[in-house]
Write a protein that binds this ligand. Structure first.
Ligand SMILES: *Cc1c(COP(=O)(O)O)cnc(C)c1O
Length: 460
């Protein structure tokens, strides 16, 4: 079989999907309902309405429509950076001496530097359409805040970003990018909210945490007229919007008569993995030939490989609803020397359920020095400097390609290269200077996190 596959498989504007794919509609067992933290009853649209805008609430609760049309206004922005390129990694294959055919879908080509823009645009659009004035959110490293700032600038919405204080101090350029797009950046904890003032009273020198930033952003959204809160991962609606990644990848592979044997993505909250996976998961759920799915997470924050499948809070402050998911406990903090993202204690309920039911075949945990080894190897061969998060997927793609070399099998491997590494050079610097270490939580440390998972008698 010899086919001439180009290095870059380019689709045209007409190939941008016109609808997002809602994998939930095809799932054999839906994920357990999200529970209201006070009543422990499944949340209703009315419960969510003060927090999220109406159309996004409908999408969050939609388990029946397989496809949801992408509004023209969102498409008009998608057209500026989509379809994202699918690359055949010829040079990586050569460097590895593998018979495997490796493909990667690159989502880091837009200014925000990652796939997060795919959902930010949808969320900002629906907020604007509802006549809202603005949205609030939190950001840790800054990728989500940047994507949302771009989307809000385009649709003419105010954007308030609660940025973990230590991150705002360490990443002044991230802050400057968001401000260029007109967003307001508030280092968290701040004196602009009840929660923030309480945290500051307890600890005036607090560096902040994602959990506190979430609580501040939610508080402002529900107490400010014309405001709602938006979130960049974990939620069903975010996986829905990210389905464009896999739909495009599948269409591009079809053009060259390819179908992946293995699909790989890194998993923090699960949105880029959910995105690359879902178009192929549709085949698995329909009983057709389908790839082997591998979700990759850091060994320092191993929610799928060592976590519990249980109802847990989605935030550290325990103010958000409870989701049935793989979790390390909402109080779990990854070791301080863990670089880059993928620090979330839980996992998307959709991904969790599919993994629990065996439709996602495998979760693999990888150590960060081996991740950066893979990142630099990839950068030298393929030119693109990967985000540390994305490099988790690269690590496993390389491992699978090396296994093909040993076994003499020519498998087709597809992975999602979710972002660029330009914004995380301090992590690379740490790797290059040899100061990066691997810290894997002990069972005792995990037990402390599990102890914070609420026990809910009678609820499974
Ligand atoms: C945010 C981010 C991730 C992790 O989030 P998911 O929801 O798991 O996709 C991965 N890669 C990049 C580049 C990111 O910015």
């Amino acid at each position: 079989m010899s086919k001439k596959v180009p290095y870059k498989i380019v689709l045209s504007e007409e190939d941008i999907p016109r609808a997002w794919y809602n994998v939930r509609a095809d799932m054999k067992t839906d994920h357990r309902p999200i529970l209201h933290p006070a009543t422990l009853k499944p949340v209703t649209a009315e419960d969510l309405a003060p927090v999220f805008c109406d159309e996004l609430v409908r999408q969050e609760l939609n388990d029946t429509d397989r496809f949801i049309e992408i509004p023209d206004e969102v498409l008009s922005y998608y057209r500026m950076y989509r379809p994202s390129p699918l690359f055949r990694a010829y040079n990586l294959e050569k460097a590895l001496g593998t018979p495997a055919r490796i493909y990667y879908k690159y989502e880091g080509g837009n200014t925000s530097g990652s796939h997060k823009l795919n959902s930010a645009l949808a969320q900002a659009y629906y907020a604007k359409k509802q006549g809202l004035k603005g949205v609030t959110t939190e950001t840790g490293a800054g990728q989500w805040g940047t994507a949302l700032s771009m989307a809000c600038a385009y649709f003419g919405l105010e954007c308030k970003v609660y940025m973990v204080k230590v991150s705002a101090q360490q990443k002044p350029y991230r802050k400057a990018v968001m401000e260029t797009y007109g967003a307001t950046i508030i280092p968290s904890p701040s004196d602009t909210t009840e929660v923030g003032r309480r945290m500051l009273a307890e600890n005036p020198d607090s560096n902040g945490s994602l959990g506190t930033a979430i609580s501040e952003a939610v508080e402002v959204a529900v107490t400010t007229d014309g405001y709602r809160y938006v979130l960049g991962s974990v939620l069903n609606q975010v996986l829905l919007h990210q389905s464009v990644i896999g739909l495009e990848a599948k269409a591009a592979l079809e053009k060259i008569d390819e179908y992946p044997d293995i699909v790989i993505g890194c998993a923090g909250g699960g949105s880029n993995f959910g995105g690359i996976m879902s178009a192929f998961m549709a085949d698995r759920l329909a009983g057709k030939t389908a790839p082997h799915f591998i979700a990759v997470e850091p060994a320092s924050c191993p929610s799928m490989t060592r976590g519990k499948f249980a109802y847990d809070f989605c935030d550290t402050g325990k103010v958000t609803p409870l989701a049935k998911m793989y979790t390390l406990g909402s109080g779990f903090m990854p070791p301080a020397n863990h670089a880059g993202g993928l620090r979330y204690h839980g996992m998307s309920p959709i991904i969790s359920q599919l993994y629990h039911d065996g439709f996602i075949d495998e979760a693999r945990a990888v150590e960060q020095t081996s991740v950066f080894e893979a990142a630099t190897f990839f950068a030298k061969a393929e030119g693109i400097l990967p985000a540390p998060e994305s490099a988790h997927a690269i690590r496993v793609a390389i491992d699978e390609a090396l296994r093909c070399r040993e076994e003499g099998t020519a498998k087709t491997i597809l992975f999602c290269l979710s972002g660029t590494g330009y914004f995380d050079m301090s992590a690379y610097a740490s790797y290059l200077s040899g100061t990066m270490t691997d810290t894997i939580p002990t069972d005792e440390e995990l037990e402390r996190g599990f102890a914070g998972i609420p026990s809910l008698p009678g609820i499974q």
